[in-house]
Design a binder for this molecule. Sequence first.
Ligand code: AMP
Length: 198
Amino acid sequence: MLNLVIFGAPGSGKGTQSERLISHFGLHHISTGEVLRDHIARGTELGKIADSYISKGQLIPDDLMIRVLEHVLDANPELVQKGVIFDGFPRTIDQAKALKEMLAKRGSRVHAVVGLEVEEDELVRRMLNRGKETGRADDNLDTIKNRLQVYHTQTCPLRDYYIGEGKYHAIDGNGSVDEIFGRIHDSLHQRVPELAEA
Ligand code: AMP
């Protein structure tokens, strides 16, 4: 059983690499962005609140976001038993501490954090492309700029937090999907004892 956090700036390829990790390691996927977009599409109360933050490129407040994730884990207890990729959560130090508690309560932990590292110009290029291809509403230049600013101030400190915990795998996120996945695969097999023994 393996719980991974996939971490990186918006546009760094978290969703794409999550798909590869899911099929390779047989993990479940929790994307908090997708959970929120689903609520927006269904017009729920949470969706309305989430939309007011997402459309400005801001983060949903920690207490609300933590409750949303706790609800997903409570509703699907089998996820943590089999192993999960957390995609887009945590985004703040407080969320990281909450995740640690939520997993400890369920007899588990984060085994590794995959940090996709990509230059800013490339991030913007990828998000603008995704906006054109998928119509994703927050992939427009104004919102992208806010999301990158929020990433630098609120999310980036998590890199040091997880380096301090000895869990951070710095991955060069440039290149083809296969090349990047190869780097993730090698790094996890070299440094995660649960995988080295497998
Ligand atoms: P993503 O699909 O991960 O890029 O998330 C899209 C948007 O959803 C973000 O820009 C935030 O507004 C919101 N969001 C997703 N996950 C979180 C989180 N863990 N904390 C706060 N806001 C989040």
